[in-house]
Structures are given as C-alpha cells and as structure tokens.
Design a protein around this ligand. Structure first.
Ligand code: FAD
Length: 510
C-alpha cells in the first residue's frame, strides 16, 4: 500500500536530504528558505554571533547601527522572494519610500535633493542642461527595457553553460542590451553636464566597478533608482535579515551561530561532512554561501579547488570601505537620510580604487542618517550616523590611517552642512579591511565581493556548482549575479534551484 502511494503521488518523492549551508548572509538565508520549503533538512553554519553577514546590526549606547547595506532598492526583488512563500515584505517589516530619495552635496552652496517623483527629476535635469529632461526620459526608457529583460530573464540564469542563453527570447533580449559598451560612454551619449553624469554614474559604484568598466547594461540601476525608488524598512536593514531568519526557521531550517566551518570533507568527489571546531555535520550536499575564495581556498583540500590563488589574485574585486558608526547627542536638521558628498572628483577617487590602488587623497564619501526617518535607531533627541568611504581592497589598514580620514571626513561634513558634530559625539566605532577579514573571511578585506565588470559577468564569474565535487554548490556576492542585497537574495534562490534539481531524481527505495 505504501509503495503504491509513493509511486502514484504526483509530488516528486524524495528522501529527506541534509544540506549544510555555510554562511547566513542574504544568499545563505534565501537558499535556506527555498530548500527547507522543498523538503530538505537544512542546517546553516554561521561563524558570527548574529546572522546576516554584511547586513548585521549592532547596538551600543542606545543606538542600533546597520553595519553594511543602507539603500533598499529594487523592492520588486524582495516582493517576489517573499511571495514564493505566500508572504509580502510588509508581513515582516514596515517599508517607507524616502522623499527626497537622497541628497547630493557638490559644494557648500550647491546641494541637490533628488526627488522621488520622476517628473521632478526630469525638471531638475532640464534646469541643468537644455533638453536634459527629454534626454533623461529616453535614457530611462532604455534602462527600463534593460531592467525588464535583465531582471526577468538574465539574472535568474545559473550561468553554468552558454546554452542557457540560446533560446530565441533570451538571444533577442541579449542583443537589445548594449552588453559591450561601457556605462560611461552610454551616459555621455545622453548628458554633458558633470553633475548630471555623477547622478547617473554613482550607482555603478554599488556594483563595485568604475563607470568605465561597468557594462552599459547596468544603466538598469538608474531605472531602479529613479523609478523603483529608495526605500527604508523601519528598524533598519536588519529587519530583512530577521524576516529571512524567521521564515527559514518556520520552514524547518536550523541556524547554528558561533559555528565556523573549518573543513569540507570530500570522499570520491562528494562532500560528506562539514567540520567545525567542536562538531561535524554529515551532509548530502554543501552550499558555500560565505565568500567564495574562502570556501574554496580554505575549506577544501587542493585537488578539489576549481580556481587557483593566481586566479583570485587576477580578479577585479569590488572595493573595501572605511566606515565610521557615530552616535551624536543632538538633532542634525541639515541632513537627509542619505547624503552623497560629491564635492571632489569622482574619477580621481575611482582611480585610487581600480587603476592605482592606494588610499585616496580627496575621497568622495557617503553619509547615512537613518534616525532622520526612524526614531527607533537612536535615543530621543539624538542621531545615528554612518559614514562610508569606498577604498581599494588589500590596503594597509591602521588606527593612524583611520584617524586621519575620520578627521578629514568630519571636517568636510561640518563645513558643507554647517553642523557642529565633533563636540556631540557620544559613540564612535570604525570598521575597515581588517574587520572585513576577521568578521567575514573576506578576501583582501573586500566589502562588496567581485566587481561587475564585463570580464566578470554571467558565465565569466566563479561557478555556482563545483566542477570537481559533485554535491558542492556556491552562492553569494562573489558569484552570479553579483554584489548587493537583491543580487545576493537572487543568488541564493538560483543555487537552491540547482540543488533541488540535483536531487529530483532521488526516489525513495522501498
Ligand atoms: C558597507 C557595505 C555597504 C553596503 N551597502 C549596500 C546597500 O546600500 N544596498 C545593497 O543592496 N547592498 C549593499 N551592500 C552589499 C550587500 O550588503 C551584500 O552584497 C550582501 O549582504 C552580501 O550577502 P552574502 O550572503 O553574499 O554575503 P555575506 O553577507 O558576507 O554573508 C556571508 C556569511 O558567511 C559567514 N562566514 C564566512 N566564513 C564562514 C565560515 N567559515 N563558516 C561559517 N560562516 C562563515 C560570514 O560571517 C557571513 O555571515 C553593502 C555591503 C557593505 C559591506
């Protein structure tokens, strides 16, 4: 009777297989939710005391600091993810669209608030450059097309083989995307004004590459910015992590904190066990959702590595970052939630990250003040500040260097906004390369993974499935589709799909 039930069932029947996921960032948690829903037994091993990876939060002196991401773009990606489980983001957190989306400071006398209405952004462009409004309309039409093709089809491909792109719809999509031009050239075909170009080009920094090296395909980020909007979950970005953890646990996954994977044991080309300092986790498959280079180079023995150290050294990494988390005991009325300090040359700074790596002489930076929007992240009457300066990976990182930049950035903020901050700092913490390495095993102290350059896109990124270990998979910001919360969320889903497919044929043996 039981046999008959098994074979007559329309559901693919599967033995309960155990998947060990290394890392509880966006990618690991997204994969855990999908795999647990498919009926796998899922264990997530996380080295840190809190889940979320680069999107963790810490609390100090009544302030709650998001440690990494602060821009919630592409709300459709989060909406799509949660809808797979019959939820919506609003079941977990309160989401607010910011208005203005962000501010850009060009000088003491020139500060632009970028409105959240596209019509108002067009007016701003028209004011700066004759015909700029119409040109922006055309530019965004094209970016919309790229976003639709890119996000609907291309971004969900595992990119394990060129055959994935050989169907008609996909090919048609690919040819319409201007894949081989650079964002810099593409932007300059439309706009001349340098400040407008800054607005168009800054999202490429989120992709971890200079506008010159970023494929024009990524003008889709301008669509995400100007049409999709900038959002904020009340309580901070960690609320998305909390949502993913509670969903994964509701579906049956187990999260093991303070549990660092030390070795993946492989027998006959199959991963059989993940060892930590105190425990060993037997498995049917492993998903490396920690930094790819760390998983391959540090957790696998040499014969099972697909990429050599020379390969990793030749990759263009996305930047690292020097970050300051500040608690300030007064309100700062001259600040918006997001402010970009573009009072220095963008090209000069990007050169210090990509072409001649060194600490920048005149850096651009970004300031986030989430307490402007959210009174839960700072004590009453105070502000929560996060200053981020992108820097090349693999630079010398010392207290002296951090202090020098702290002084430089703070005095620029004070001068450009007219706010006295120095005398009101009640909490300060800095974070840079050394912390990225210690906290996340980040190769060369990168913050955002691998840069999205043309030579590191799609099939040219490290593979989601190992060539040498049959049941070893990868996800996260160093593989497809790339850096950022939405791509990491998508990465976890794609790999979960590959794992589910690999076990689909396994029927229970009666
Ligand atoms: C400063 C900063 C600002 C950012 N700003 C934005 C933004 O505004 N908007 C946006 O969309 N994106 C932003 N990003 C990018 C985004 O945060 C990342 O792309 C995304 O969070 C990466 O997720 P992940 O799962 O790939 O990796 P991670 O978050 O790094 O997760 C990997 C996890 O693996 C764990 N781990 C490592 N080694 C081991 C081991 N041996 N055993 C067990 N666990 C291990 C780590 O502790 C970590 O928890 C920012 C990133 C940073 C650093």
């Amino acid at each position: 009777m039981l046999l008959a039930f098994i074979y007559e069932s329309s559901e693919p029947y599967m033995e309960k297989k155990t998947i060990i996921i290394i890392g509880s960032g966006f990618a690991g948690l997204a994969a855990a939710c999908c795999l647990a829903k498919e009926g796998f037994r899922v264990h997530i091993l996380e080295k840190n005391a809190a889940p979320g990876g680069r999107a963790r939060q810490f609390e100090a002196k009544g302030f709650s600091f998001d440690m990494g991401p602060s821009w919630y773009w592409m709300p459709d990606v989060f909406e799509n993810f949660f809808s797979k489980f019959n939820y919506s983001p609003k079941d977990f957190f309160e989401l607010k669209r910011l208005s203005p989306s962000y501010s850009v400071i060009f000088s003491k006398d020139e500060k632009w608030d970028i409105p959240c209405s596209f019509e108002a952004i067009k007016e701003l462009f028209e004011k700066q450059e004759s015909g700029g409004g119409l040109k922006l309309e055309e530019y965004i039409q094209d970016a919309r097309h790229k976003y639709e093709v890119g996000m609907k089809d291309l971004v969900h491909q595992p990119c394990l083989s060129a055959y994935e792109f050989l169907d008609y719809r996909m090919l048609k999509g690919l040819f319409s995307l201007n894949l081989f031009g650079s964002l810099k050239k593409h932007a300059r075909k439309h706009f001349k004004n340098n400040k407008l170009l800054n607005i168009i080009e800054f999202p490429s920094l989120f992709l971890g590459a200079s506008p010159e090296k970023t494929p024009a395909l990524y003008s889709m980020m301008n669509y995400a910015d100007m049409i999709g909007g900038t959002w904020y979950p009340k309580g901070g970005m960690v609320k998305i992590i909390d949502a993913l953890c509670s969903l994964a646990q509701e579906l049956g996954a187990t999260i093991h904190l303070n549990t660092e994977a030390r070795r993946i044991e492989v027998i006959n080309n199959r991963a059989v066990c993940v060892h930590t300092a105190n425990e060993s986790f037997a498995c049917d498959a492993v998903l490396g959702a920690a930094d790819y280079q760390h998983v391959e180079q540090k957790l696998l023995s040499a014969p099972y590595r697909q990429y050599s150290q020379t390969y990793w050294n030749s990759r263009t990494l996305a930047p690292s970052a020097l970050i300051f988390y500040l608690g300030v005991n007064k309100k700062l009325d001259n600040l918006q939630h997001h402010t970009l300090f573009f009072d220095k040359e963008l090209t000069a700074h990007t050169e210090t990250i990509y072409s001649k790596p060194r600490w920048p002489e005149a850096p651009l930076f970004y300031l986030c003040c989430p307490s402007r929007t959210d009174d839960t992240v700072a004590p009453a009457g105070m502000e929560n500040l996060f200053i981020l300066m992108p820097a090349a990976p693999d630079l010398e990182d010392s207290g002296e260097i951090r202090n020098r930049y702290f002084g430089m950035l703070l005095s620029r903020i004070e001068e450009l906004t007219g706010e006295n901050i120095s005398d009101h700092i009640v909490y300060k913490r800095s974070y840079a390369h050394k912390n990225f390495i210690t906290d996340y095993n980040a190769f060369k102290g990168n913050a955002y993974g691998l840069a999205n350059t043309l030579g590191q896109t799609a099939l040219l990124k490290p593979r989601l499935k190992s060539k040498y270990v049959d049941n070893l998979f990868f996800a996260g910001q160093l593989t497809v589709p790339g850096p950022g919360m939405p791509p990491a969320l998508i990465s976890g889903q794609i790999t979960a799909g590959l794992i589910a497919k690999a076990f689909q044929k396994t029927k229970v043996k009666a």
